[in-house]
Each structure stands twice: as structure tokens, then as C-alpha cells.
Design a protein around this ligand. Structure first.
Ligand code: TZP
Ligand code: MG
Length: 217
């Protein structure tokens, strides 16, 4: 599986959140991948490094040959478990240094909040941007106000790397996000708080694919 090529084809993107999850992150990843999700980001803010490495290894096993596996923030954990890459924010390890540590083959995703940050991210070697937040969200306390789906297009048109969108996205508003130009979207609470992660993921994937099929080029 050529992971960087696959990155351009993804639709629904799972980010774990053990604090919000009903059945636990391992169960969420298993169900999402079974439903067809092809990219998973392991995001843990409060666990010990040991716990993270153990859990990351299990998640990597679930993703093997089926989904890209990224680790949020923790380059050391990503390297220790030989993940496919990392996702970092504006205040994390500077992307050029992250690239030096990870090498050219691994995927680096960077959170951006506007067109300026998005252009810089591409110039500095990000493989995709995570445009955030599209809508208001209580999942990430410091996410700030939503920029709205109408702001996605300017970023999409200016970049040649994939634009992943995140923040307050649910099944009701996800069509506007894809119509707005997003390549892919993350919905954390809408998925991990649901009773049936597999069904919820499948419904997101179907909605995203149908919307992409019908949207203007
Ligand atoms: N980064 C920007 S918003 C966000 C993260 C991790 C949280 C998104 O969660 P939800 O529940 O999909 O709004
Ligand atoms: Mg971060």
C-alpha cells in the first residue's frame, strides 16, 4: 500500500479520543477500519508514554494493510512503533525538524487555521493540512471559533496537498464541508460517542463519497 498515494484518496478520517469514547479507542479503531475508514490518528493527551506505546502498537496492528496509522504530537511514540507518520499543530515540533527526525517517507499532517498557515505548511513539506475548526466544538477546548465551510475553498484551491477538515463536523453539516471543497473530514464526538461506531463511520463514508460524486469539479 503506497501510503502517500492513499492519502489523496481518503474520505473519512478517524481521530481517537479515549475521554469521549463509549467503548474505548481500540474498539473504535476496529469498528471504523471494518467500516472502511482508511486513516486513523491516535490522539491521547493524558496517558503515560508506556501506555501510549502499548496502545499504539495494538492500533497499528488493526490498521495494518487497511489504513494509514498516524500518531498525534508524539514523534517519539510514532518512531518507537514505526507508525506511518504524525499529526502536529502550530505549537508542536516545527515541521522541518519533525521531517528531519521522521525522514521523507513518513506522513506529516499539520493543523492550520487559515490560508496563510496552509500555504506555509505546504511550503515546509506537510503532506496534508488539517484545517481547523470548521464549526464550534467542545471536544477541543482551545479550538477557537469555527471558520465556516465557505472558507475551505480558498485553501483547497491554493494547495496541491490534501485538505482535511475538523471541528464540530457531524452528519448533518458534513455535506456542506465536502461541497465546500474538503478532501476529507474528521468527526470525533459524532463517531466515538455513538452507540455504533461501525454504522456511524459507514454512514459518513457514504455521505462523503456521494457528495464528492455530485459536486462541481
Ligand atoms: N482539533 C481541532 S478541532 C478538534 C481537534 C482535535 C476536535 C474535533 O472534535 P469534534 O468532536 O469532531 O468537534
Ligand atoms: Mg498538537
Amino acid at each position: 500500500m503506497d501510503k502517500k498515494k492513499l492519502l489523496g484518496e481518503i474520505d473519512f478520517y478517524l481521530v481517537t479520543d479515549s475521554g469521549l469514547s463509549k467503548k474505548g479507542s481500540l474498539s473504535d479503531v476496529r469498528n471504523a477500519v471494518e467500516a472502511g475508514c482508511r486513516i486513523v490518528q491516535y490522539r491521547e493527551k493524558d496517558k503515560s508514554t508506556k501506555e501510549m506505546v502499548e496502545e499504539a502498537l495494538l492500533i497499528k496492528g488493526i490498521c495494518r494493510d487497511k489504513a494509514i496509522f498516524l500518531v498525534n504530537d508524539r514523534i517519539d511514540v510514532a518512531m518507537a512503533v514505526d507508525a506511518d507518520g504524525i499529526h502536529i499543530g502550530q505549537d508542536d515540533m516545527p515541521i522541518q525538524l519533525a521531517r528531519q527526525l521522521l525522514g521523507s517517507d513518513r506522513i506529516i499532517g499539520l493543523t492550520v487555521h487559515d490560508l496563510g498557515e496552509a500555504l506555509q505548511a505546504e511550503r515546509k513539506g506537510a503532506d496534508y493540512v488539517g484545517l481547523s475548526p470548521i464549526f464550534g466544538t467542545s471536544t477541543k477546548k482551545d479550538a477557537g471559533e469555527g471558520i465556516g465551510p465557505e472558507r475551505i475553498r480558498e485553501v483547497k484551491d491554493a494547495l496541491s496537498i490534501p485538505v482535511v477538515t475538523i471541528g464540530g463536523i457531524n452528519r448533518k453539516n458534513c455535506v456542506s464541508v465536502i461541497q465546500g471543497g474538503a478532501d476529507s473530514l474528521v468527526a470525533i464526538s459524532a463517531v466515538v460517542c455513538s452507540d455504533d461506531v461501525r454504522k456511524e463511520t459507514r454512514e459518513f463514508i457514504d455521505l462523503i463519497r456521494n457528495t464528492k460524486r455530485n459536486r462541481a469539479p
